[in-house]
Design a binder for this molecule. Structure first.
Ligand SMILES: Nc1ncnc2c1ncn2[C@@H]1O[C@H](COP(=O)(O)OP(=O)(O)OP(=O)(O)O)[C@@H](O)[C@H]1O
Length: 251
């Protein structure tokens, strides 16, 4: 589904800054991958490259076997801080993408109602984002992305602003959606537990410029009970150790 081949990215201007160096990775169709590493190591930049919002100076990125030349209709991106329109209600935020696609009106309504029900937002459909909690806003962002039935869902630190329990329940919701829809999922996180709970593969980044040092296979993920297993704790320890090693290397 995604093939990133030897990609380097610099941001221009006179303070020329190399954000990513020689990144290669593959994500198969239906897989989930977590991107984790210290702040500023280029995780969001890699997500934006895959989304077709920025372009590399070197290397190649394919999505569904096609060169990424711009945003695609079948790829949804949830940006940091949810990216909701504050002047639109929950309903209008979620239906927006379907309107832009000019989907049949009845189908638009049916789809949005269904999603709001599934995500527990039906009672909030006429509220505005600033009338909602962080967890509710996050669910609206997820609903808006899922309305488009993406084959690839990209999420940038989706649950970072949430309290621990809300965060876990939304992680479980995303796991359910991923298992049911068999879409490909790539997400950025700072949380080791989140990476291990939701990532079938976990890409470990180091900074200065951003590189992927290791891709951890995490075959145990896929069940809610995984969180309570010994394997889960072992995987968390492994990821923590790799992150620490990366910090020492780049220090
Ligand atoms: N538009 C931009 N112009 C110039 N530099 C940028 C731009 N966007 C990001 N950078 C720089 O590129 C580097 C990588 O940023 P990026 O946001 O991808 O990192 P990150 O790993 O996602 O960080 P965080 O975990 O803090 O969100 C940083 O040093 C950042 O300052």
């Amino acid at each position: 589904m995604i093939a990133v081949d030897n990609v380097s990215l610099s941001y221009g201007g006179h303070q020329h800054h190399q954000a990513l160096a020689n990144i290669s990775m593959d994500v198969k169709s239906g897989e989930s991958m977590a991107l984790i590493g210290p702040s500023g190591c280029g995780k969001s930049s890699l997500l934006f490259l895959i989304a077709g919002l920025v372009f590399p100076q070197r290397g190649k990125i394919l999505v569904a076997d096609e060169n990424v030349a711009g945003p695609r209709q079948d790829v949804a991106l949830i940006i940091q801080n949810y990216g909701l329109f504050p002047w639109k209600t929950v309903w209008d935020n979620v239906i927006l993408g379907l309107k832009l696609r000019k989907l049949d009106h009845a189908k638009q309504k049916q789809k949005v109602s269904q999603l709001l029900n599934v995500l527990g937002l039906a009672d909030y459909q006429d509220k505005y984002p600033n009338q909602l909690s962080g967890g509710q806003q996050q669910r609206v962002a997820v609903a808006r992305a899922l309305a488009l039935e993406p084959m690839l869902l990209l999420m940038d630190e989706p649950f970072s602003a949430l309290d621990a329990l809300t965060r876990e329940s939304l992680q479980e919701m995303v796991l359910d959606i991923w298992l049911e829809n068999k879409m490909t999922l790539v997400f950025v996180t700072h949380s080791i537990e989140e990476a291990v709970f939701l990532g079938q593969k976990i890409a470990i980044f180091t900074p200065g410029p951003g590189r992927i040092t290791t891709i951890v296979e995490n075959s145990g993920m896929g069940a809610k009970e995984f969180r309570a297993t010994k394997q889960f704790y072992q995987q968390c320890s492994k990821v923590r150790k790799l992150l620490e090693d990366g910090q020492h290397e780049s220090a």
